[in-house]
Design a binder for this molecule. Structure first.
Ligand code: M6R
Length: 622
């Protein structure tokens, strides 16, 4: 959601900013803009709605904008519609039009996040003579900084600090001040922002891919901290305005990891990276061949004493929690509650003692998941974050961290991060069961071996993807698709349905198969596609019966099951098989054909697979 970039150094800024924004396109946006300075008091502000290419065209790929210091932004609309006037950057001076062109303004800024008390602050600024040209909370925050800057005649850091004390909400801000040419000022709270310094230049960005070409050493600014970014140098400040030292983090993955590498879409590339993501995540949890959670800091005593686990997450990460619930309860006998983070944060559910809260998040920045984590910590719960992005806010704030090793995920629809989370939770379940003596040592070894065999089995499924591609061409015009299953198969259905709807825009629903006859079956018409997930031996016949009920009402059936269950072909119209594994771990295999089905359906419908409409990769607002 919203992407921020900044550059100051010896080179022309605009082409570098555009290149950085292109690497952040995956975050989702509806307009974009740049502000560049060439050392004079004036800033050149250019905005465009729609694709980044429009902004690039307007500025001749950035070449038409002179200046070696600048900031850029891709906007995902929150306050105000997607329009030129609401696009960032925003300026503090009173001006007509959209705040673009050559402007002489004390402060120019870009913002990611939401200022919750912006209406009250806007009123205050209106009373002090400020005028507003946009509907955005960003214009308010830029003008609030300007207000403190001019009222108290203080420096940029002090003005920013006063603003930070006054605003409520989340923000990553990059600001340029008229009186400080060649410098960019930054501040953040609960929205991601990193800074990199290389030789005689410095870079700011919402995420690593935007600056990886220039540097691998990055700083993560903490909450309510500010930074002064100059060519080749950065200084950090706390809320008192005192200088602080922040550690540098070395990014270990390659720039190529964030490129398409010959695939048509990031999503397809990431689907194919799943064997590696699963293998690497599992490897990080194996010590001398045995599963271990030692690196997370969770002790065996804590695991033995657990009375309950609460899993909190959003979207696909929540689906991982739904699957893990069955596995943990079945193997380790520990009760598990799975909560949507957006609901959890506003509920006051009594929590039994010895509860471990597990927050699952690829980005580690999802606003609702972060808020739920904070609520849990306030309630005194021990917390474990299962996170993919190193150094992200959730990773830093949780008591314990289990990093998935999926590498950067660019496509909005998650695939490899989901699979890495799933294997991590499965490994957690087996280790928990082992430590609590819920299963024998032989069983622990057998399950560990089964987990280790998953990556090769995923590769085998991927080798057979042409069948799914063919089937998706048959169903690409569907209006409604239902995914049904029981137990773990229901958890897989949830993810299959989300993969389908988020990138193909076909309405789809996932139902616990037994629930169909309590209402949903009235939606089944001639040729409605029903995908039955049938991987759980004990539930196979029950779900087949539910599919037969749909068939009797005209449904067209696809069955997804494991090799050996060939009798299913008598009941359904199209069957997909995945290799056999322990029943607890089948989701890692069964999800692959469903990801491919969503992917190829989106391609067949000619849609923007990697950047579906209205969605953002990292949901940093509530
Ligand atoms: O970064 P997170 O794992 O916290 O993101 C959670 C959801 O926003 C995410 O899984 C979303 O549902 C995906 N787009 C689904 O493909």
């Amino acid at each position: 959601m919203c992407g921020i970039v900044g550059y100051t150094g010896p080179s022309q800024a605009a082409p570098i900013l555009l290149e950085g924004l292109a690497k952040l396109e995956y975050r989702g946006y509806d307009s974009a803009g740049l502000a560049v300075r060439d050392g004079s008091a004036l800033a050149e502000v250019v905005k465009a709605t729609g694709k980044l290419a429009h902004l690039a065209d307007k500025t001749d790929q950035g070449r038409a904008l002179p200046g070696t210091c600048g900031i850029g932004h891709t906007r995902w609309a929150t306050h105000g519609d997607p329009s030129m006037v609401n696009a960032h950057p925003h300026v503090s001076g009173n001006c007509s039009g959209s705040g673009s062109g050559t402007v002489e303004s004390d402060v120019v800024g870009v913002h990611n996040g939401i200022i919750e008390n912006f209406a009250e602050l806007k009123d205050k600024l209106l009373r002090h003579g400020y005028q507003f040209y946009s509907d955005t909370d960003t214009e308010v925050v830029v003008k609030l900084v300007d207000y403190y800057y001019n009222k108290y005649r203080i420096g940029p850091v002090d003005a920013i600090n006063r603003m930070m004390v006054r605003v409520r909400g989340s923000y990553a801000l990059a600001l340029m001040f008229k009186d400080y040419p060649g410098e960019i000022y930054a501040a953040r709270k609960d929205s991601p922002l990193i800074i990199g310094v290389a030789d005689d230049a410095a870079y700011l960005a919402s995420d690593v891919p935007a600056i990886l070409k220039h540097t691998r050493s990055v700083y993560y600014i903490g909450n309510q901290q500010a930074a002064r970014v100059c060519p080749g140098q950065v200084t950090f400040y706390d809320l008192n305005g005192d200088e602080i030292q922040l550690p540098q983090t070395e990014i270990t993955w390659d720039a190529e990891a964030a490129e398409k590498g010959g695939y048509e879409h990031f999503m397809l590339k990431e689907i194919h990276e799943q064997p590696a993501a699963v293998r690497d995540t599992l490897k990080s949890l194996l010590k001398d061949g045995a599963l271990s959670l030692a690196d997370t800091g969770l002790t065996d005593e804590t695991l033995q004493g657990l009375g309950q686990i609460e899993i909190v997450a959003c979207g696909s990460a929540w689906h991982v929690g739904m699957a893990a619930q069955y596995v943990i309860e079945d193997l380790a006998g520990v009760p598990v509650r799975v909560e949507l983070a957006s609901e959890y944060r506003y509920r006051n559910a009594p929590v039994p003692k010895n509860t471990l809260m597990v927050v699952i998040s690829q980005s580690g920045e999802t606003a609702d998941s972060l808020a739920a984590l904070r609520v849990a910590r306030e309630r005194g719960l021990e917390t474990l974050a299962v996170v993919n992005v190193i150094g992200s806010t959730i990773a830093r704030e949780a008591d314990h961290v289990l990093y998935t090793v999926a590498g950067p995920e660019i496509a909005v629809a998650t695939t490899k991060a989901y699979s890495a989370q799933l294997i991590a939770l499965d490994a957690l379940a087996v280790r928990l069961a082992a430590v609590r003596g819920a299963i024998s040592e032989e069983e622990v070894q057998r399950l560990t071996d089964e987990l280790a065999a998953i990556p090769d089995k995923i590769s085998r499924i991927l080798e057979d993807k042409d069948r799914i591609q063919w089937f998706s061409s048959k169903i690409a015009n569907a209006h409604d698709i239902f995914f049904i299953g029981r137990g773990l198969d229901y958890a897989i259905s949830l993810e299959g349905s989300l993969k389908m709807k988020e990138i193909s825009y076909i309405h789809s629903e996932a139902y616990a198969a037994g629930e169909l006859k309590h209402g949903t079956i009235s939606l089944i018409e001639n040729n409605t596609l029903v995908v039955g997930v049938l991987t759980q031996p004990k539930l196979f016949e029950k779900t087949v019966s539910n599919m037969a009920e749909c068939k009797a009402r005209g449904a067209y059936l696809m069955g997804l099951t494991t090799h050996g269950n060939y009798a299913v072909e008598d009941s359904v119209d199209f069957t997909v098989y995945v290799p056999k594994t322990d029943e607890h771990f089948v989701p890692s295999l069964a999800v692959i054909p469903l990801q491919l089905l969503g992917y190829y359906t989106s391609v067949n419908r000619g849609l923007d697979v990697d950047k579906p409409r209205n969605l953002a990769k990292s949901v940093t607002v509530e």
